[in-house]
Design a protein around this ligand. Sequence first.
Ligand SMILES: NC(=O)c1ccc[n+]([C@@H]2O[C@H](COP(=O)([O-])OP(=O)(O)OC[C@H]3O[C@@H](n4cnc5c(N)ncnc54)[C@H](OP(=O)(O)O)[C@@H]3O)[C@@H](O)[C@H]2O)c1
Length: 255
Amino acid sequence: MDIEALFGLSGKVVLVTGASSGIGLHIANVYAQAGAKVALAARRRDRIERAVAELGQHGYSAVGVYLDVTDSASIASAFQAAESHFGAGIDVLYNNSGMIYQKPFLEQEETEIARLFDTNLKGAMLVAQEAARRMAMRGSGAIINIASTAGLRAGGMLSSYGASKAALIQLTRVMALELASKGIRVNAICPGNIETDMQESLKAFEQALIRRTPMKRFGKAEDLDGVSLLLASDAGRYMTGAAIPVDGGQALAWM
Ligand SMILES: NC(=O)c1ccc[n+]([C@@H]2O[C@H](COP(=O)([O-])OP(=O)(O)OC[C@H]3O[C@@H](n4cnc5c(N)ncnc54)[C@H](OP(=O)(O)O)[C@@H]3O)[C@@H](O)[C@H]2O)c1
Protein backbone atom coordinates (compact mmCIF):
# COMPACT_ATOMS: atom_id res chain seq x y z
CA MET A 1 0.00 0.00 0.00
CA ASP A 2 1.25 3.49 -0.86
CA ILE A 3 0.52 5.38 2.36
CA GLU A 4 1.72 8.71 0.90
CA ALA A 5 -0.71 8.42 -2.03
CA LEU A 6 -3.53 7.38 0.31
CA PHE A 7 -3.28 10.45 2.57
CA GLY A 8 -1.69 12.78 0.02
CA LEU A 9 -3.38 15.53 -2.01
CA SER A 10 -1.09 15.65 -5.01
CA GLY A 11 -2.71 17.57 -7.87
CA LYS A 12 -5.86 18.37 -5.88
CA VAL A 13 -7.23 21.90 -5.67
CA VAL A 14 -8.32 22.95 -2.16
CA LEU A 15 -10.09 26.10 -1.02
CA VAL A 16 -9.73 26.98 2.68
CA THR A 17 -11.96 29.69 4.15
CA GLY A 18 -10.77 31.55 7.25
CA ALA A 19 -7.23 31.04 5.98
CA SER A 20 -5.99 34.41 7.28
CA SER A 21 -5.34 33.06 10.80
CA GLY A 22 -5.56 30.17 13.26
CA ILE A 23 -6.77 26.77 12.12
CA GLY A 24 -7.43 27.78 8.50
CA LEU A 25 -3.97 29.28 7.97
CA HIS A 26 -2.33 26.22 9.53
CA ILE A 27 -4.34 23.67 7.53
CA ALA A 28 -3.74 25.60 4.27
CA ASN A 29 -0.01 24.99 4.93
CA VAL A 30 -0.59 21.31 5.73
CA TYR A 31 -2.59 20.78 2.54
CA ALA A 32 0.12 22.54 0.51
CA GLN A 33 2.74 20.23 2.06
CA ALA A 34 0.51 17.27 1.11
CA GLY A 35 0.78 18.35 -2.55
CA ALA A 36 -2.42 20.37 -3.01
CA LYS A 37 -2.81 23.63 -4.89
CA VAL A 38 -4.34 25.84 -2.22
CA ALA A 39 -6.65 28.85 -2.45
CA LEU A 40 -6.56 30.82 0.80
CA ALA A 41 -9.78 32.75 1.38
CA ALA A 42 -10.83 35.37 3.97
CA ARG A 43 -11.47 39.12 4.29
CA ARG A 44 -8.06 40.37 5.59
CA ARG A 45 -6.02 40.82 2.41
CA ASP A 46 -2.72 41.68 4.11
CA ARG A 47 -2.67 38.42 6.05
CA ILE A 48 -3.69 36.31 3.06
CA GLU A 49 -1.09 38.01 0.84
CA ARG A 50 1.63 37.32 3.45
CA ALA A 51 0.60 33.65 3.77
CA VAL A 52 0.54 33.14 -0.01
CA ALA A 53 3.98 34.77 -0.37
CA GLU A 54 5.42 32.46 2.33
CA LEU A 55 3.94 29.37 0.68
CA GLY A 56 5.37 30.54 -2.66
CA GLN A 57 8.83 30.93 -1.10
CA HIS A 58 8.68 27.25 -0.08
CA GLY A 59 7.76 26.28 -3.63
CA TYR A 60 4.10 25.54 -2.96
CA SER A 61 1.26 26.47 -5.27
CA ALA A 62 -1.07 28.96 -3.57
CA VAL A 63 -3.35 31.86 -4.41
CA GLY A 64 -5.23 34.38 -2.28
CA VAL A 65 -8.93 34.96 -2.92
CA TYR A 66 -11.10 37.33 -0.97
CA LEU A 67 -14.56 36.74 0.41
CA ASP A 68 -16.93 37.70 3.15
CA VAL A 69 -19.03 34.60 3.87
CA THR A 70 -22.02 36.84 4.60
CA ASP A 71 -21.91 38.12 1.00
CA SER A 72 -22.87 35.49 -1.60
CA ALA A 73 -21.52 37.52 -4.55
CA SER A 74 -18.06 37.62 -2.96
CA ILE A 75 -18.22 33.84 -2.39
CA ALA A 76 -18.98 33.18 -6.07
CA SER A 77 -16.20 35.45 -7.27
CA ALA A 78 -13.66 33.90 -4.88
CA PHE A 79 -14.41 30.40 -6.21
CA GLN A 80 -14.24 31.71 -9.78
CA ALA A 81 -10.89 33.39 -9.12
CA ALA A 82 -9.44 30.23 -7.54
CA GLU A 83 -10.61 27.97 -10.36
CA SER A 84 -9.37 30.41 -13.03
CA HIS A 85 -5.98 30.70 -11.33
CA PHE A 86 -5.41 26.94 -11.14
CA GLY A 87 -7.28 26.12 -14.37
CA ALA A 88 -9.12 23.35 -12.53
CA GLY A 89 -12.14 22.87 -10.28
CA ILE A 90 -12.08 22.82 -6.47
CA ASP A 91 -11.71 19.24 -5.22
CA VAL A 92 -11.80 19.98 -1.49
CA LEU A 93 -13.48 22.74 0.51
CA TYR A 94 -12.23 23.34 4.07
CA ASN A 95 -15.24 25.34 5.30
CA ASN A 96 -13.66 26.98 8.31
CA SER A 97 -14.56 30.71 8.57
CA GLY A 98 -16.28 31.46 11.83
CA MET A 99 -16.68 33.80 14.81
CA ILE A 100 -17.55 33.57 18.48
CA TYR A 101 -18.84 35.72 21.28
CA GLN A 102 -19.75 34.75 24.81
CA LYS A 103 -22.70 36.30 26.57
CA PRO A 104 -25.50 35.17 28.84
CA PHE A 105 -28.56 34.14 26.84
CA LEU A 106 -30.70 36.95 28.26
CA GLU A 107 -28.20 39.69 27.31
CA GLN A 108 -27.70 38.96 23.63
CA GLU A 109 -28.85 41.57 21.17
CA GLU A 110 -30.61 40.85 17.90
CA THR A 111 -27.83 42.37 15.77
CA GLU A 112 -25.07 40.22 17.33
CA ILE A 113 -27.20 37.06 17.15
CA ALA A 114 -27.85 37.77 13.46
CA ARG A 115 -24.18 38.44 12.71
CA LEU A 116 -23.06 35.19 14.33
CA PHE A 117 -25.64 33.04 12.54
CA ASP A 118 -24.98 34.85 9.25
CA THR A 119 -21.29 33.94 9.58
CA ASN A 120 -21.23 30.50 11.23
CA LEU A 121 -24.34 28.94 9.73
CA LYS A 122 -25.72 30.83 6.72
CA GLY A 123 -22.21 31.78 5.59
CA ALA A 124 -20.91 28.21 5.90
CA MET A 125 -24.01 27.00 4.05
CA LEU A 126 -23.59 29.48 1.18
CA VAL A 127 -19.90 28.59 0.79
CA ALA A 128 -20.74 24.86 0.82
CA GLN A 129 -23.50 25.42 -1.77
CA GLU A 130 -21.12 27.24 -4.09
CA ALA A 131 -18.57 24.44 -3.74
CA ALA A 132 -21.11 21.63 -4.09
CA ARG A 133 -22.67 23.10 -7.26
CA ARG A 134 -19.24 23.18 -8.89
CA MET A 135 -18.25 19.71 -7.58
CA ALA A 136 -21.58 18.21 -8.73
CA MET A 137 -20.84 19.25 -12.32
CA ARG A 138 -17.62 17.19 -12.16
CA GLY A 139 -19.12 14.35 -10.09
CA SER A 140 -16.62 14.43 -7.21
CA GLY A 141 -15.50 16.44 -4.21
CA ALA A 142 -15.03 16.56 -0.46
CA ILE A 143 -16.41 19.19 1.90
CA ILE A 144 -15.14 19.54 5.47
CA ASN A 145 -17.22 21.74 7.76
CA ILE A 146 -15.50 23.05 10.87
CA ALA A 147 -18.03 22.76 13.68
CA SER A 148 -17.13 22.53 17.40
CA THR A 149 -17.61 20.45 20.54
CA ALA A 150 -19.83 23.40 21.50
CA GLY A 151 -22.25 21.96 18.93
CA LEU A 152 -22.21 18.57 20.68
CA ARG A 153 -22.62 19.59 24.31
CA ALA A 154 -23.89 22.65 26.20
CA GLY A 155 -21.35 25.35 27.05
CA GLY A 156 -22.39 28.27 29.25
CA MET A 157 -22.64 31.67 27.54
CA LEU A 158 -22.33 29.98 24.15
CA SER A 159 -26.00 29.69 23.20
CA SER A 160 -25.62 31.40 19.80
CA TYR A 161 -22.24 29.86 19.00
CA GLY A 162 -23.27 26.38 20.21
CA ALA A 163 -26.58 26.49 18.34
CA SER A 164 -24.83 27.62 15.13
CA LYS A 165 -22.32 24.75 15.36
CA ALA A 166 -25.01 22.15 16.28
CA ALA A 167 -26.91 23.29 13.20
CA LEU A 168 -23.75 23.01 11.10
CA ILE A 169 -23.34 19.39 12.25
CA GLN A 170 -26.93 18.63 11.22
CA LEU A 171 -26.39 20.47 7.93
CA THR A 172 -23.34 18.23 7.36
CA ARG A 173 -25.50 15.10 7.73
CA VAL A 174 -28.23 16.32 5.38
CA MET A 175 -25.70 17.51 2.80
CA ALA A 176 -23.98 14.11 3.02
CA LEU A 177 -27.30 12.38 2.40
CA GLU A 178 -28.24 14.56 -0.58
CA LEU A 179 -24.82 14.84 -2.19
CA ALA A 180 -23.54 11.25 -1.99
CA SER A 181 -25.16 10.40 -5.33
CA LYS A 182 -23.21 13.30 -6.91
CA GLY A 183 -19.88 11.92 -5.69
CA ILE A 184 -19.47 14.53 -2.96
CA ARG A 185 -18.50 13.53 0.59
CA VAL A 186 -19.39 15.89 3.44
CA ASN A 187 -17.97 15.56 6.95
CA ALA A 188 -17.52 17.79 9.99
CA ILE A 189 -14.64 18.21 12.42
CA CYS A 190 -15.61 19.24 15.96
CA PRO A 191 -12.53 20.78 17.58
CA GLY A 192 -12.39 21.37 21.31
CA ASN A 193 -10.42 24.33 22.64
CA ILE A 194 -7.64 24.99 20.15
CA GLU A 195 -5.02 27.70 20.83
CA THR A 196 -5.80 30.41 18.24
CA ASP A 197 -6.86 34.08 18.26
CA MET A 198 -10.42 32.87 18.92
CA GLN A 199 -9.34 31.39 22.25
CA GLU A 200 -8.14 34.80 23.47
CA SER A 201 -11.74 35.67 24.35
CA LEU A 202 -11.90 32.56 26.60
CA LYS A 203 -8.74 33.37 28.61
CA ALA A 204 -10.69 33.94 31.84
CA PHE A 205 -12.06 30.39 31.70
CA GLU A 206 -8.86 28.67 30.54
CA GLN A 207 -7.99 26.77 33.73
CA ALA A 208 -11.60 25.65 34.31
CA LEU A 209 -11.81 24.43 30.71
CA ILE A 210 -8.53 22.51 31.01
CA ARG A 211 -9.76 20.87 34.25
CA ARG A 212 -12.82 19.64 32.34
CA THR A 213 -10.70 18.22 29.50
CA PRO A 214 -9.82 14.54 30.10
CA MET A 215 -6.42 14.99 28.37
CA LYS A 216 -5.72 18.07 30.56
CA ARG A 217 -4.50 20.44 27.86
CA PHE A 218 -5.84 22.68 25.11
CA GLY A 219 -5.33 21.55 21.55
CA LYS A 220 -3.03 23.11 18.97
CA ALA A 221 -3.92 23.62 15.32
CA GLU A 222 -1.44 20.78 14.60
CA ASP A 223 -3.73 18.39 16.46
CA LEU A 224 -6.17 18.74 13.53
CA ASP A 225 -3.64 17.71 10.86
CA GLY A 226 -4.46 13.99 10.83
CA VAL A 227 -8.23 14.27 10.65
CA SER A 228 -8.03 17.10 8.09
CA LEU A 229 -5.84 14.97 5.80
CA LEU A 230 -8.02 11.90 6.34
CA LEU A 231 -11.25 13.64 5.34
CA ALA A 232 -9.72 15.45 2.34
CA SER A 233 -7.83 12.52 0.86
CA ASP A 234 -8.57 9.13 -0.62
CA ALA A 235 -8.04 7.65 2.85
CA GLY A 236 -11.51 8.96 3.74
CA ARG A 237 -13.18 7.74 0.56
CA TYR A 238 -15.95 5.75 2.34
CA MET A 239 -16.64 8.42 4.99
CA THR A 240 -19.53 10.83 4.71
CA GLY A 241 -21.86 12.47 7.24
CA ALA A 242 -19.43 12.02 10.15
CA ALA A 243 -18.89 14.67 12.85
CA ILE A 244 -15.56 13.87 14.45
CA PRO A 245 -14.57 15.39 17.80
CA VAL A 246 -10.89 16.35 18.13
CA ASP A 247 -10.98 17.66 21.64
CA GLY A 248 -8.87 15.70 24.13
CA GLY A 249 -12.07 13.98 25.26
CA GLN A 250 -14.04 17.17 26.11
CA ALA A 251 -17.21 15.98 24.39
CA LEU A 252 -17.24 12.87 26.60
CA ALA A 253 -17.04 14.66 29.90
CA TRP A 254 -20.02 15.90 31.84
CA MET A 255 -17.79 18.07 34.04
N1 LIG B 1 -10.09 27.82 18.32
C1 LIG B 1 -10.97 26.99 18.86
O1 LIG B 1 -10.88 26.63 20.04
C2 LIG B 1 -12.07 26.43 18.01
C3 LIG B 1 -12.82 25.37 18.57
C4 LIG B 1 -13.85 24.82 17.81
C5 LIG B 1 -14.14 25.32 16.56
N2 LIG B 1 -13.42 26.36 16.06
C6 LIG B 1 -13.78 26.86 14.75
O2 LIG B 1 -12.64 26.87 13.92
C7 LIG B 1 -12.81 27.87 12.91
C8 LIG B 1 -11.53 28.71 12.82
O3 LIG B 1 -11.37 29.40 14.04
P1 LIG B 1 -9.94 29.78 14.67
O4 LIG B 1 -9.89 29.22 16.02
O5 LIG B 1 -8.87 29.48 13.70
O6 LIG B 1 -10.13 31.35 14.88
P2 LIG B 1 -9.56 32.64 14.12
O7 LIG B 1 -8.08 32.61 14.13
O8 LIG B 1 -10.27 33.78 14.74
O9 LIG B 1 -10.05 32.43 12.61
C9 LIG B 1 -11.33 32.75 12.16
C10 LIG B 1 -11.24 32.90 10.67
O10 LIG B 1 -12.57 33.11 10.14
C11 LIG B 1 -12.49 34.16 9.20
N3 LIG B 1 -13.78 34.86 9.14
C12 LIG B 1 -14.51 35.34 10.17
N4 LIG B 1 -15.60 35.97 9.70
C13 LIG B 1 -15.54 35.88 8.34
C14 LIG B 1 -16.37 36.35 7.29
N5 LIG B 1 -17.48 37.06 7.52
N6 LIG B 1 -16.01 36.08 6.01
C15 LIG B 1 -14.89 35.37 5.75
N7 LIG B 1 -14.07 34.90 6.71
C16 LIG B 1 -14.39 35.16 7.98
C17 LIG B 1 -11.38 35.07 9.69
O11 LIG B 1 -10.80 35.77 8.59
P3 LIG B 1 -10.98 37.33 8.26
O12 LIG B 1 -11.25 38.05 9.53
O13 LIG B 1 -9.68 37.70 7.61
O14 LIG B 1 -12.12 37.37 7.28
C18 LIG B 1 -10.38 34.07 10.25
O15 LIG B 1 -9.49 33.65 9.25
C19 LIG B 1 -14.06 28.65 13.29
O16 LIG B 1 -15.16 28.20 12.53
C20 LIG B 1 -14.26 28.29 14.74
O17 LIG B 1 -15.61 28.41 15.15
C21 LIG B 1 -12.39 26.93 16.76
